[in-house]
Design a binder for this molecule. Structure first.
Ligand code: NDP
Length: 488
């Protein structure tokens, strides 16, 4: 594989802002370490932490180590040398002089090796509250004058279309679109990327993924765990903003978008944007929201209702479950409901896309007994796998059909799911934006969801209660059936 900087002419600084936090210690640093260990980072990359907390590499490495999957036989020496590339800078997010100190620290390292260019990547592992100060100061004090500057922003990308507009304007005034990386780790998953190959590389599917053949598409992010970590964040944003307006819409785009004109980043992003523009704006009639309550059948003291957690306000109306039915107004998908279903404290943990085909019997009198619909299922978590539900003849003399699953990735079945920041971080070094959202894409997503989010914020409708560990509110399932999905 061609190294990122084969002539070693460029100094690379990777700055993690908010390095003391969970995202930095549990995801970003482990990914940087894995890339370093496998010699995937450009030669001479230096990593900087920037935080209000005073960090020392000596102790910070102990904080990160449990998440780094270390091999005691193979890694110790390399692990030590990794930490020699890390430099800690302490600073306040609103103090311009602290950013000047960060730049001095970068320049000091950049000059050490007499490289001609300096690329700088700034990863904002920070809560949105400090976003304005950080972007302004980075733009004024830290941009590279001899190489690329890239800024990585994490969800939540504002709260709705109204708050996103100033967010987008400020970001785009300070940085060019080519410098902005809106990260969504779902897009790094093999299966998400495989969806593309599957759809456009196989006539079998490219010819059937349309409203002539597909009855409904359901995209699911279910989680058994209650809201615990990052509870304050969750309670403020709710399930729709947490997973639907980002991860799930990315999956929807991969299922529904047309083939990009070419493989260039712009064509890919243009095609995604076109698809988002074709999704009709949702209203309260398209959504069912729920909130988990104590399951009286369970004796487990941890399985309490959402508002019974000590860290959640007793009168919280934040949805912990939502089902939203979206429609795409184009020739390919018109009439096919795209059902987004997400929730916490449910009966199962899984992320998947389920494309449900029309039943063969529909045209022949709708014999319900035989109504088994083919389904193409792309499972993202807990395991990445692709399978197809089919009907085959049962062994024996009778002509009797039986449902069976055709696994399309037998060899890679049960590949352990691992949140994968590695490939996205590598893309940051390469300047490959194809797996990152463009700011106008998020704008369209907010247009789709803002009316329901605003109604939920302003009118505070009471979410339907559902038992901890159940499938969620029954009404949601009735709704999915009403719009054309069949549960088997
Ligand atoms: P944390 O709450 O752990 O915060 C990160 C760091 O930001 C803290 O260590 C602290 O650093 C600083 N910080 C926290 N609160 C404030 C504040 N009020 N004012 C100034 N600085 C503050 O967040 P995470 O690491 O969990 O997440 C960071 C960002 O990434 C968030 O926007 C989150 O939504 C997003 N994200 C996180 C994911 C995760 O798995 N954790 C997943 C997807 C997105 P210090 O005080 O040392 O400067």
């Amino acid at each position: 594989m061609q190294p990122i900087d084969p002539n070693n002419e460029t100094a690379h600084s990777f700055v993690v802002l908010g390095a003391s936090g969970r995202l930095a210690t549990q995801k970003v640093f482990p990914a940087l370490w894995a890339l370093y260990r496998d010699n995937r980072l450009p030669q001479g990359t230096r990593i900087f932490t920037f935080s209000r907390t005073k960090l020392h590499t000596r102790t910070y490495r102990l904080t990160c180590a449990p998440y780094m999957n270390l091999d005691p036989e193979r890694d110790p020496q390399k692990f030590n040398s990794f930490w020699l590339t890390v430099h800690c800078v302490q600073g306040q997010y609103d103090q311009a002089e602290d950013y000047a100190a960060l730049t001095e620290a970068m320049i000091l390292q950049e000059r050490k090796h007499n490289q001609i260019y300096a690329n700088r990547i700034f990863y904002l592992a920070l809560p949105p509250i400090v976003f304005d100060h950080v972007t302004t100061n980075l733009s004024r004090k830290c941009k590279s004058s001899t190489g690329c500057t890239r800024i990585v922003v994490e969800k939540p990308f504002a709260r709705n279309d109204l708050t996103y507009r100033p967010y987008q304007t400020a970001l785009c005034q300070m940085f060019k679109e080519s410098q902005i990386y809106m990260i969504d780790h779902f897009l790094s998953k093999q299966i998400s990327q495989n969806l593309f190959g599957l759809r456009f590389g196989n006539l079998l599917w490219s010819g059937t993924l349309n409203n002539r053949h597909v009855a409904a598409v359901m995209i699911t992010v279910k989680c058994e765990k209650p809201v615990k970590a990052r509870a304050e964040y969750f309670n403020f944003f709710g399930i729709i903003r947490d997973v639907m307006t980002n991860h799930m819409m990315q999956l929807l785009a991969l299922v529904a978008m047309d083939k990009p004109y070419s493989n260039t980043i712009d064509d890919l992003r243009n095609e995604r944007l076109k698809l988002f523009k074709e999704v009709t704006t949702a209203n309260m009639g398209d959504v069912i929201i729920g909130q988990y309550r104590n399951n009286r059948m369970e004796s487990d003291p941890d399985k309490v209702g959402y508002t019974e957690h000590s860290y959640i306000p007793k009168d919280s109306m934040t949805p912990t479950f939502a089902m939203v039915v979206l429609h795409i107004n184009n020739r390919r998908w018109s009439g096919v409901p795209f059902i987004l279903r997400a929730g916490r404290a449910l009966n199962d943990t899984k992320t998947e896309v389920r494309i449900q085909y029309k039943s063969a019997e529909c045209d022949e009198g709708n014999n319900e007994e035989l109504e088994i619909r083919n389904e193409l299922v792309l499972r993202v978590a807990p395991f990445e796998e692709i399978f197809m539900r089919l009907r085959l003849k049962q062994p024996g003399e009778e002509l009797c059909l039986k449902e069976t699953a055709l696994n399309l990735r037998v060899d890679e079945r049960n590949t352990k799911y691992m949140p994968n920041y590695n490939s996205l971080i590598l893309d940051l070094f390469k300047g490959n934006q194809s797996m990152f959202m463009r700011t106008d894409e998020q704008c369209e997503i907010w247009r789709i969801f803002s009316p329901i989010l605003q109604s939920i914020d302003l009118d505070r409708p009471k979410p339907l209660p559902y038992d901890f560990g159940s499938r969620g509110p029954l009404l949601a399932y009735r709704k999915a059936e009403r719009v054309g999905f069949v549960f088997f």
